[in-house]
Design a protein around this ligand. Structure first.
Ligand SMILES: *Cc1c(COP(=O)(O)O)cnc(C)c1O
Length: 393
C-alpha cells in the first residue's frame, strides 16, 4: 500500500504492523522470545521463519521490523537491518562483508570511532586499508584497485563538513567491482538520495537525527535484500549488535517527525550561516548549504540542501572558542548532533582530542573551530545568542 507514497508519507506510515487491538501508535513488543503452539511449529520456524514469524529478539522482533521497513521505504533501499548503535552499523556492515586479504579504500576525514574500526580493527584481521582525501576523485581513482572489495566514506565529514561526491566515487568503485558504503549521518535521510546516486550500502547512526531528541543509541544498515539478509543479518544476529525493541519504538516515533525537524533545523542553519558571513571575529563559516562553501555546486547536485550542522572558526583560537561556548545561553555544550536542541562542540579538545596535531592540521581542525548542530529553536533567538557570545569571545 505504501509503495507509491512520497517520502514524507512513508516516514509516517510505512512498515506499520497492527496487532489485533488496532492500536494507532506502534506497539512495543518488549519481548526477547516468542512462543510456538507446538514442537512441530518451533521446528518449522527454525527451518524457515516467515515474514510475520520471529524466534529471538537478537534475530528480529516485530517493533524492530517496523523500524527497518519504515527507514528502508524512506531511504529507497530494498531492505534494512537495525543495530544497537551507529558504530554497530558501521562495524557490522564492514566486518560482515570483508575477509582477510581484502582491500578497502576509505576517506581519511572520519568520525573517530569509524577511523578506529578501519585503522585498528580491520587491519588486525588482515584487511588492507588505504586512506585518501575524500574530496579528491583523482586520489580515489589512484587508490581503488582491481582487488578492492569496498570503499567507505562519510558523505559529509565531521567537523569540517567536506562533501564526498557519491556518484563520482561510486562510478570509480563500480568499475573495479568494489562495493560503496556511505556513512550518511550528516546528510540525513531527508536530504539523501544516496541509493540512486550509487551507494550500495547506506549507514545511519539513528542516535543523531532519527531519534533527534537525545534519548537512545541506535543505527541502521540499508542495502539490497540480498546483502542485508544474506551478508549482514547472519553476522549481526550471531555477533549480538541488534537493536532493542524499545529503541526501535523510539526511532519509529522519531521517523514520524524527522522531516519536520530536519527541515526546520536546516532552515535555521541556513539563517545562522548567512548572519555570520564576514563576521570580524571569524576566519571561516563552513556551511555546505551556503554559496561560499568550496563544494557548493556538488552540495546542490547531491543533496539540494546543506543539512543541519555548521562550523565556525574563531580567529583568536582556543581561548576565544571557550569564551564563546561559555557565553552561549540557548544552545548547550555537548557532543551529540542532529538534536532538537542546538548543540555546540569544540572538536579539537573533545571529539578529535586524540588526533595527532599533523592530522588535525590536515583535516582543518583548528583551535578556534566550533561545530554547531542547529536545533529547532526560534532562529531569532539562536542568531542573537550566537552574536552576543561572539561579542564576549
Ligand atoms: C555519531 C556517528 C557515528 C556513530 O554513531 P553512534 O550511534 O554514536 O554509535 C558514526 N558516524 C558518524 C558520522 C557519526 O556522526
Amino acid at each position: 500500500m505504501t509503495r507509491n507514497l512520497k517520502p514524507r508519507s512513508r516516514a509516517v506510515h510505512s512498515g506499520t504492523r497492527r496487532s489485533q487491538y488496532g492500536e494507532v501508535s506502534e506497539a512495543i513488543f518488549l519481548t526477547q522470545g516468542f512462543v510456538y503452539d507446538t514442537a512441530e511449529a518451533a521446528e518449522a520456524r527454525f527451518l524457515e521463519a516467515g515474514p510475520d514469524e520471529f524466534i529471538y529478539a537478537r534475530y528480529g522482533n516485530p517493533t524492530v521490523a517496523m523500524f527497518e521497513e519504515r527507514i528502508a521505504a524512506l531511504e529507497g533501499a530494498e531492505d534494512a537491518f537495525a543495530t544497537a548503535s551507529g558504530m554497530a552499523a558501521v562495524s557490522g556492515a564492514l566486518t560482515s562483508m570483508l575477509k582477510a586479504g581484502d582491500h578497502v579504500v576509505s576517506a581519511r576525514a572520519l568520525f573517530g570511532s569509524c577511523l578506529y574500526v578501519l585503522e585498528e580493527v580491520l587491519t588486525r584481521f588482515g584487511v588492507e586499508v588505504t586512506f585518501v582525501d575524500g574530496t579528491d576523485l583523482a586520489a580515489w581513482e589512484a587508490a581503488i584497485r582491481d582487488d578492492t572489495a569496498a570503499v567507505f566514506f562519510e558523505s559529509i565529514s565531521n567537523p569540517t563538513l567536506q562533501v564526498v561526491d557519491i556518484a563520482g566515487v561510486a562510478a570509480l568503485a563500480h568499475a573495479k567491482g568494489a562495493k560503496v558504503l556511505v556513512d550518511n549521518v550528516f546528510a540525513t535521510p531527508v536530504w539523501s538520495d544516496a541509493v540512486a546516486q550509487g551507494a550500495d550500502v547506506v549507514i545511519y547512526s539513528a542516535t543523531k537525527h532519527i531519534d533527534g531528541q537525545g534519548r537512545a543509541l541506535g543505527g541502521v544498515i540499508l542495502g539490497t535484500q540480498e546483502f542485508i539478509r544474506k551478508t549482514v543479518e547472519p553476522y549481526m544476529k550471531h555477533t549480538g549488535g541488534s537493536m532493542s525493541p524499545f529503541t526501535a519504538w523510539v526511532m519509529l516515533k522519531g521517523l514520524e517527525t524527522l522531516d519536520l525537524r530536519v527541515r526546520a533545523q536546516t532552515t535555521n542553519a541556513t539563517t545562522i550561516a548567512e548572519a555570520l558571513q564576514g563576521h570580524a571575529k571569524l576566519s571561516r563559516v563552513i556551511y555546505p548549504g551556503h554559496s561560499s562553501h568550496a563544494q557548493s555546486n556538488l552540495v546542490q547536485r547531491q543533496m539540494g540542501q546543506g543539512g543541519t550542522v555548521l562550523s565556525i572558526d574563531l580567529k583568536a583560537g582556543k581561548d576565544a572558542a571557550f569564551r564563546f561556548l561559555n557565553a552561549i545561553e540557548v544552545g548547550v555544550i555537548s557532543n551529540n548532533l542532529g538534536d532538537a536542541k542546538t548543540i555546540m562542540t569544540h572538536p579539537a579538545t573533545t571529539t578529535h582530542q586524540r588526533l595527532p596535531q599533523d592530522q588535525k592540521d590536515a583535516l582543518g581542525i583548528t583551535d578556534g573551530l566550533v561545530r554547531i548542530s542547529v536545533g529547532i529553536e526560534d532562529p531569532e533567538d539562536l542568531v542573537a545568542d550566537i552574536l552576543q557570545a561572539l561579542e564576549t569571545a
